[in-house]
Design a protein around this ligand. Structure first.
Ligand SMILES: [Zn+2]
Length: 305
């Protein structure tokens, strides 16, 4: 059975067990709501901005499952969800703020490593450092210099308002690059096409989280293709945050047909409740992409860069 055939047959169980990647996953928001509540009839998840989404997450999940125990429960759920969904390459993004629940940075990294080894050792796990956009860059630089000495993170990401300039992160990204770390940032989710090109150029990114706004500019699309930049796209997140009106007209189709490397990812499974497998189905059943093209996207995510 091939992935394309399983999609055409709507064979969910086969699709679920076939190898996939998830390269855009916010760790503590990457689990399955059913691990936390028997009754998952939670308030409607339809947001107009990231603040509304964060408020929903804080009220329904974060404040109810807090501290070290809550952190571990949420990351455990993320590994279990990935394993259940056939994810073989998994980038989980962690902020340094959650290390507050542990005695030291070393204990924090050890706890994450142990969860991977205990729950899903077969998964190629990419620990990712999540930085938040801020104009007060000095404390971030100091923290980064300390954290990077542990050789724990293999990837780096930047979150927050993606319309803000990223220029003040340049020296951090240069250091990360010298350590062979995969360079990523959230761009082109709320910001425009030009902000995607600028962010990639300034930070010398390998991959962009979202980047869907690039679809509106032929120049930016050409530039991303020429520079071999991969876009880690999250269709359900885009639909539920009203960045895109529907799966049917999601820009992933346009970006893919332009020859840009794209992958399909979950972003915040605990909030959006759509697995990676389900998003392949969502794109196929809406008529957005063909089964063969979706299989090419799946293979892209499994390639080592
Ligand atoms: Zn994200």
């Amino acid at each position: 059975m091939t992935f394309s055939k399983a999609l055409a047959d709507k064979d969910y169980e086969t699709l679920r067990t076939m190898p996939k990647s998830d390269l855009h996953n916010h760790a503590t928001r990457g689990g399955n709501i059913r691990d936390f509540f028997d009754d998952v009839d939670l308030p409607k998840r339809d947001f107009t901005n990231l603040d509304e989404m964060q408020q929903w997450y804080d009220a329904n999940i974060k404040y109810k499952f807090s501290g070290q125990e809550g952190f571990i429960a949420r990351v455990e759920s993320a590994f279990k969800q990935a394993q259940h969904d056939g994810i073989r390459r998994l980038a989980l993004s962690f902020g340094i703020g959650d290390s507050i629940h542990f005695a030291s940075l070393e204990a924090y990294f050890m706890a994450i490593r142990q969860l991977h080894q205990t729950i899903a050792p077969e998964i190629d796990f990419i620990p990712e450092l999540c930085l938040g956009r801020t104009s007060n860059i000095e404390p971030v630089q100091d923290m980064f210099d300390e954290v990077i000495e542990y050789d724990f993170f293999k990837s780096i990401d930047l979150v927050g308002d993606d319309r803000d300039s990223v220029a003040n992160y340049k020296s951090i990204y240069r250091k990360a690059k010298s350590k062979g770390i995969i360079l990523k940032a959230h761009l082109g989710e709320f910001g425009d096409a030009e902000s995607v090109r600028k962010g990639v150029d300034v930070l010398e990114l390998d991959e962009v989280q979202h980047g869907i706004a690039a679809a509106t500019s032929i120049e930016v699309k050409n530039w991303l293709r020429t520079n071999d930049v991969q876009l880690n796209i999250c269709p359900s997140s885009n639909v539920m945050l009203n960045r895109v009106p529907s799966y049917e007209i999601h820009p992933i189709k346009e970006l893919f047909h332009h020859g840009i490397k794209v992958t399909i990812n979950s972003d915040d499974m605990l909030i959006f409740d759509q697995s990676v497998t389900q998003d392949y189905i969502n794109l196929f059943e809406s008529g957005c992409m063909s089964a063969n093209d979706l299989n090419t996207v799946r293979e892209t995510g499994l390639l080592l860069r």
